[in-house]
Design a protein around this ligand. Structure first.
Ligand SMILES: [Ca+2]
Ligand SMILES: [Ca+2]
Ligand SMILES: [Ca+2]
Length: 288
């Protein structure tokens, strides 16, 4: 009997979509300041934008406090099409893609509210990509600390006006336009399309970098395979095995967060058999 174990790296392409409403969870819309009370981050306005829209690159929209009125996180698109510079006329809250927030919100009655904190601070403002819950604090001189721990987003949006499956901000970040990259282009010629590189958050301009399994180690019991694969902190991962490349079975661990650093090590268990295939799927957080 021969045993064949093959490891593959796959990505799922997300369907293009337009986010027209707040991404904030209806059940968890509030943040809290001891000085001014509850802030509703999903408060609808008569006209767009309404509550907060958490995307891969920014947090846009408005929060509302009964005592202080509207707080603007970011309204128009960033000047560079990617993230706010937080220079005059280009202010807003940014998301680095891996959950950390930065930048400034502004309320006419309360002034600036800072989301900037040391990346190592346990109290830095951030969103958990696995479940959408916020954590940490923002700070304004006039309203004090704003506790984000009760707040959650249901989804993370990725505006895609040309509907090629690649977020506009990513296209502009890497190519400065919305036309170079599309669902079939492969700008660095590494065999991974630009859409695949976006979906896995690999570098579309470096042919040595693409989503791949870098090693596989079969346990002596023939029922456990340890895979090392390239990863990005802005993505989640699912391992699968197959007997025939037709039927794929999810690993019981479900969707998993990557390790810190450029690669992640996970294992998958499977029933004994003469032939087994394995793959890792990169998943856009809170989008699939
Ligand atoms: Ca696009
Ligand atoms: Ca490529
Ligand atoms: Ca590449």
């Amino acid at each position: 009997m021969t045993f064949r174990f093959t490891a593959l790296a796959f990505v799922l392409a997300a369907a293009p979509g337009v986010i027209a409403d707040s991404t904030i969870s209806p059940a968890n819309p509030y943040s809290f300041s001891a000085n001014v009370g509850w802030l509703n981050n999903k408060h609808d306005q008569p006209s767009a934008p309404a509550g907060l829209v958490v995307s891969e690159y920014t947090v846009q929209g408005y929060a509302y406090g009964a005592n202080i009125g509207w707080i603007r996180f970011g309204v128009s698109s960033p000047a560079n099409g990617v993230r706010y510079s937080n220079a005059a006329g280009d202010t807003g809250v940014n998301h680095n893609g891996t959950g950390d927030l930065s930048g400034y919100a502004y309320g006419a009655n309360v002034g600036w509210i800072s989301f900037n904190a040391s990346p190592s601070s346990p109290d830095r403002p951030r969103v958990n990509l696995a479940n959408g819950t916020f954590a940490g604090y923002a700070y304004g001189a006039n309203i004090g600390w704003v506790n984000l721990a009760m707040l959650a987003t249901s989804t993370i949006s990725a505006p895609d006006t040309d509907a090629d499956g690649i977020a506009d901000a990513w296209e502009i970040e890497h190519f400065s336009n919305l036309t170079t990259a599309n669902a079939t282009s492969d700008s660095d010629g590494d065999g991974a399309t630009d859409l695949t590189e976006y979906t896995a958050m690999s570098d579309p301009s470096d042919a040595t970098k693409f989503f791949k399994i870098t090693s596989q180690t079969l346990d002596a019991g023939m029922a456990k395979m340890t895979l090392v694969f390239t990863t990005n902190g802005a993505r989640l991962y699912r391992l699968q095995w197959s007997p025939d490349l037709a039927v794929w079975v999810n690993d019981a661990s479900g969707i998993q967060e990557p390790d810190a650093g450029p690669t992640t090590t996970k294992f998958i268990t499977f029933p004994a058999g003469s032939q087994r295939f394995f793959r890792v799927i990169a998943i856009k957080p809170l989008q699939n």
